[in-house]
Write a protein that binds this ligand. Structure first.
Ligand SMILES: Cc1ncc(COP(=O)(O)O)c(C=O)c1O
Length: 356
């Protein structure tokens, strides 16, 4: 007799993390390539050594100091904010809080790989709405996909992995079409790299419409991917529901301390973000000059919609000691994180020698 597990797991796509290969440059997980800022490293050391609340103690379950800092950072009231163990945990909490078996969760496709996984784990049905030929979220088609069973919609902007951003105007039109009892999550994991004037600020809607929530992370622009800190801003009732489905103490004390410190040195991080943006534009231009299709990216990565050539391209890059992220299927391609200028040069040289 084998142990009975839920049948929903049989068709569950496994999350494939970006691979690390010793000696190779990793451009596969949309991390920031810069080292940890000294103030952040110090805050972590202090949290380890803290006299009365060191790592022998459970962390603050409500992450109060961090939520206070996030309130200062966003201008949102503390009651409208929740922090979580990475924004991916909050994605899962969002589905758990809104959807059950028979309910539907809508998102673009391709979009963040975790959306279908967290949806199916909960027993809800994922509804993938194809992106446009320009690799942009198709908001009118997403609105048209809403049924009485829809509970949650993920709008990822800039979109992972295609890099494209929606406009504020298009988001307003979309939000106006969504019933009030359906939650729209504007996932802005890459917003610090978005330089388009037309892009929305999810906070504006999260604070003015009870059925909109913005999801953000310190994993990317704030360089804390290894510590796992994300947060959501939205209606107080929604935030309360998210806290009910949270795993107790999931956000550890070192992560909380590091996040407070990283938010305090935002000004020191901004030049890093500018470098990423400059490098993204340089890499995009070089790839296009080499004949690749590259949609305009507002994130810290670029998307090469190579479809069935994705696997060969990723293997070719690996031979040249660069690990990129391939999504090998009909709607697939290769996502390449922007690294340091030297790392990007190694990638561009590899891409340039790929025979198509
Ligand atoms: C769009 C999007 N949302 C959320 C996440 C989750 O980030 P984290 O769990 O590291 O905060 C990612 C990570 O890749 C992402 O791309």
């Amino acid at each position: 007799m084998t142990v009975r597990t839920r049948t929903a797991l049989d068709t569950l796509p496994a999350y494939a993390p970006g691979r690390s290969v010793p000696g190779a440059i990793k451009l596969a997980s949309n991390e920031l390539s810069f080292p940890t800022l000294p103030a952040v490293a110090e805050a972590i050391s202090e949290a380890v050594a803290h006299q009365s609340a060191g790592i022998n103690r459970y962390p603050d379950n409500g992450a109060q100091a961090l939520v206070r800092k996030l309130a200062e950072h966003t201008g949102a009231p503390e009651a409208n904010i929740i922090a979580g163990c990475g924004s991916v945990a909050l994605c899962q909490q969002l589905v758990q809080a809104t959807a059950e078996h028979g309910d539907e969760v809508i998102f673009g496709w391709r979009s963040f790989e975790a959306y279908p996984i967290v949806t199916q784990i909960t027993g809800a049905t994922p509804i993938r709405v194809p992106v446009t030929a320009a690799h942009e979220l198709d908001l009118p088609a997403m609105a048209a996909a809403i049924t009485p069973s829809t509970r949650l919609i993920f709008v990822c902007t800039p979109n992972n992995p295609t890099g494209t951003a929606i406009s504020r105007d298009d988001l307003v039109t979309f939000l106006d079409a969504v019933p009030d009892d359906v939650l729209v999550v504007v996932d802005e994991a890459y917003r610090e790299f978005d330089t388009a004037d037309s892009s929305p600020d999810g906070l504006e809607f999260a604070l003015s419409r009870p059925n909109v929530l913005t999801l953000r992370t310190l994993s990317k622009a704030y360089g804390l991917a290894g510590l796992r800190v994300g947060y959501a801003v939205g209606d107080q009732q929604v935030i309360k529901s998210l806290s009910k489905v949270a795993i107790p103490f999931a956000l550890n004390s070192l992560a909380q301390a590091a996040a407070v410190a990283a938010l305090s040195v935002k000004a020191d991080l901004a030049p890093r973000w500018r470098q990423v943006v400059d490098e993204r534009d340089r890499v995009t231009a070089a790839l296009r000059a080499g004949g690749f299709e590259v949609p305009p990216s507002q994130a810290n990565f670029v998307w090469l919609p190579l479809r069935e050539r994705a696997t060969a391209f990723a293997a070719h890059c690996e031979e040249h000691k660069v690990i990129v992220r391939s999504f090998p299927d009909a709607s697939g391609g290769v996502r390449v994180t922007i690294g340091s200028p030297a790392e990007n040069d190694v990638f561009l040289a590899a891409a340039g020698s790929f025979s198509r």
